[in-house]
Design a protein. Structure first.
Length: 430
């Protein structure tokens, strides 16, 4: 048995035995280097070079921290009040608020899990109070709206995709805007259809005289995406610097303006961010070493040559990638897919003339849908824990949303201009 096959089997066995995937990739890659007679110290070299030379990776912990600080303060509560004032008055209003807040919160956090754990937890309580909505429906809606978070900028998965593809992170952020809004529209359509069919309640309209006060209170929260994205596209900051500014902005607004966060809460936000960052960091470290092994084995070129033998059109290739990534999303964590599987497809995408910014959006949307795809979608487990409802009940409720989002993915795949129109307005030549 050749060293590469042993490496793959080792990763699978170690992961099945409960070792974190990042650790499994590092250990198995070192085993490969030993069996292949190569310098095992290369593993450490690849990790250090990859982590310390990628300045853009600093954006990941900073975006995570910004989301944690928002959730620990009252920023999310003011955001929910703002959304409720404008869409809560329609039938199924609170469900529409859930969709609207995810679209707005997406411009601040960059993380689907941060969305579900923060505003999602609050929405679950609001929707199920006094039996307004079935708990399983509320949990399914919250999980499905959370996937918008990493599509509309900022986006942690897009930062990671930029690392493996060398695509522009700024243009990737812009490319996610319209697809993210499309995903929000199809979810709102499902909500409106379900609201009429299931006679969901109509919330008491917020009086017009109260709207100015609600807008003023929410204004600092709504300005956060403007500050973040304005800095990037105005040329004042890099995406990494903008992430730092976003974290600082969230802290200052919560602590000084709203006076809603304590020193203890800041400490716990830092601690939680550090844990999440360490988890992602180990995955990235493992992927850096394993991708070196994959490169030595010439897997991307071999796959590209193999696929070229089928004379695939760009559209057929993208559809095949969609099926593969959706299937893998049922079984693997999204960051692992981005770091290990997606790089294998990039040479073929390049050879077929597929724009790497559009390809990045397609890949990230696929991976986000994996978070709500049965049987192992991570957001399904998160919302099952938050709501106390069984996984089976949540899956039954989420299927219409999942099918609608897959239809949106198909549109995003078939019409690249949906993703590329906005970047081109800012000078992108792709």
């Amino acid at each position: 048995m050749d060293p590469f096959t042993i490496c793959i089997i080792s990763i699978l066995l170690l992961a099945l035995l409960g070792l974190p995937v990042g650790h499994a990739m590092i250990a198995s890659s070192i085993l490969y280097l030993m069996l292949a007679g190569l310098d095992m110290g290369t593993a450490a070299e690849q990790i250090l070079n990859g982590l310390f030379s990628s300045y853009i990776l600093l954006a990941v912990p900073l975006f995570i921290l910004a989301a944690e600080l928002m959730n620990s303060g009252s920023m999310t509560l003011r955001l929910l009040a703002f959304c409720n004032a404008f869409v809560g008055r329609f039938r199924g209003g609170l469900a529409l608020v859930n969709v609207a807040q995810s679209i707005i919160f997406a411009g601040m956090s960059g993380s689907a899990l941060a969305d579900a754990a923060g505003t999602g937890k609050m929405m679950q309580k609001m929707m199920t109070a006094d039996g307004k909505y079935p708990p399983a429906f509320a949990a399914a809606l919250t999980a499905s709206t959370a996937v918008i978070g990493p599509i509309i900028p900022p986006s942690i998965p897009m930062v990671i995709y930029a690392l493996v593809s060398d695509a522009s992170i700024g243009y990737l952020f812009l490319a996610g805007m319209i697809p993210g809004l499309l995903m929000g529209i199809v979810q709102a359509t499902i909500v409106l259809t379900s609201a009429r069919r299931r006679s969901f309640p109509v919330e008491e309209p917020v009086p017009m005289r109260k709207l100015p006060g609600i807008v003023v209170k929410a204004f600092p929260v709504l300005m956060m995406p403007v500050v973040l994205l304005g800095g990037i596209y105005g040329g004042a900051t890099t995406p990494t610097e903008a992430a730092a500014i976003a974290a600082l902005y969230a802290l200052l607004v919560s602590a000084l303006l709203y006076n809603s966060v304590s020193a203890s809460a800041v400490y716990h936000s830092l601690l939680s961010s550090a844990r999440t960052t360490a988890s992602i960091g180990m995955l990235i470290a493992g992927a850096l070493v394993f991708n070196y092994v994959v490169t030595i084995e010439n897997v991307p070129t071999t796959l590209s040559n193999w696929l070229s033998g089928f004379n695939l059109s760009p559209i057929m290739f993208l559809l095949i990638v969609n099926v593969i990534l959706l299937a893998l999303g049922c079984l693997l964590e999204g960051t692992t897919v981005l770091l290990v599987i997606v790089p294998v497809f990039i040479p073929t995408a390049n050879a077929l003339g597929i724009d790497l910014v559009h390809f990045g959006v397609v890949c990230v949307v696929n991976i986000m849908l994996g978070l709500i795809t049965p049987p192992y979608g991570l957001l399904l487990f998160v919302m099952s824990n938050i709501s106390g409802k069984s996984l089976h009940a949540i899956i039954r409720e989420i299927l219409p949303f999942l099918l609608a989002l897959i239809a949106a993915l198909l549109v995003i795949t078939l019409f690249p201009d949906l993703s590329l129109w906005l970047p081109r307005q800012f000078g992108y030549k792709g």
